[in-house]
Design a protein around this ligand. Structure first.
Ligand SMILES: C[S@@+](CC[C@H](N)C(=O)[O-])C[C@H]1O[C@@H](n2cnc3c(N)ncnc32)[C@H](O)[C@@H]1O
Length: 261
């Protein structure tokens, strides 16, 4: 399944990679780090992060987990993560895999204790078939009792549509200045939100424009819970924030903690 712009959920991230940390320092920041490091400590075993990206969460989680494995389809995102892990001296206990979460490329007997799907990661799956394939792959690497943590970004369908608005602007590393010009479209019949992004980078008087689209599909918590049960998971908790507050449909964050049965 692709969005109406033709983009599949895994596309766009390669071009986004040089700007991902710049933007997310100004948005999610470190708000969810404590939640995931606590879950990793409690899991007391190897941790797999789906869509680990540039390692915003991978590095702190790899510090507390006995073994960390991250998978992502985007090579430019993973290049950033690899150098972060090297700088943090965490390469010996970490493995980074370039691959697609819909078909996890691990040995048949490999198992972990926690699979993390943070920061809307599963919303990059644009169809039920992709979600079902991913949950089946996850069930294959978790033993009974193993944990799957999912963080959904609920605000996406509520996002107002607009065309070419300046979203963010500011200094970036290496003396650059960056402006994000963003358009948002809702494709309600497919529960999709599509962001058309244009990052304009100024280095002195040299101007470079980087364009890409990202598409996300947002299901409700009951819909995700139903898919989880069909895939052999039991929902243990649904939280409405990173401090463990109870979930409600208008919560700012939707976190589902499920167990493989
Ligand atoms: C929102 S970012 C999350 C990055 C990181 N986990 C964080 O919390 O900052 C989503 C990541 O998922 C990756 N991704 C999207 N679809 C994927 C797929 N089908 N298989 C593997 N990775 C995928 C993207 O390349 C991107 O790095």
């Amino acid at each position: 399944m692709t969005s109406d712009s033709g983009a599949a959920g895994w596309q766009g991230w390669d071009v986004y990679a040089p700007f991902y940390d710049w933007e997310n320092r100004r948005t999610i920041g470190r708000r969810d780090v404590r939640f995931w490091t606590d879950l990793a400590r409690r899991a007391d075993g190897p941790v797999l992060e789906l869509g680990c990206g540039t390692g915003r969460l991978s590095v702190p989680v790899a510090r507390v987990a006995p073994r960390f494995v991250g998978i992502d389809r985007s090579a430019p995102m993973l290049r950033r993560l690899r150098s972060r892990l090297r700088r943090a001296r965490l390469t010996a206990k970490s493995a980074i895999v370039r691959g697609d979460i819909r078909a996890l490329p691990f040995r048949r007997r490999w198992r972990c204790r926690l699979v993390m799907a943070p920061y809307g990661m599963l919303q990059s799956l644009l169809s039920d078939a992709d979600l079902a394939a991913t949950l089946e792959a996850v069930a294959g690497v978790l033993p009974r009792g193993g944990t799957l943590g999912i963080d959904l970004v609920p605000e996406l369908p509520r996002w107002q549509e607009y065309h070419r608005r300046v979203g963010l602007r500011g200094p970036a590393s290496g003396g650059r200045r960056v402006t994000l010009i963003e358009s948002v479209r809702q494709v309600r019949e497919h529960a999709l939100t599509v962001f058309d992004q244009e990052f304009v980078e100024w280095h002195g008087s040299r101007r470079t424009v980087h364009r890409f689209s990202l598409a996300f599909r947002t299901l409700t918590v009951p819909q995700v819970a139903e898919r989880l049960e069909q895939a052999g998971f039991r929902v243990d908790a649904v939280l409405g924030d990173y401090a463990g507050e109870e979930w409600s449909p208008d919560a700012q964050v939707w976190i589902i903690v499920a167990r493989r049965i």
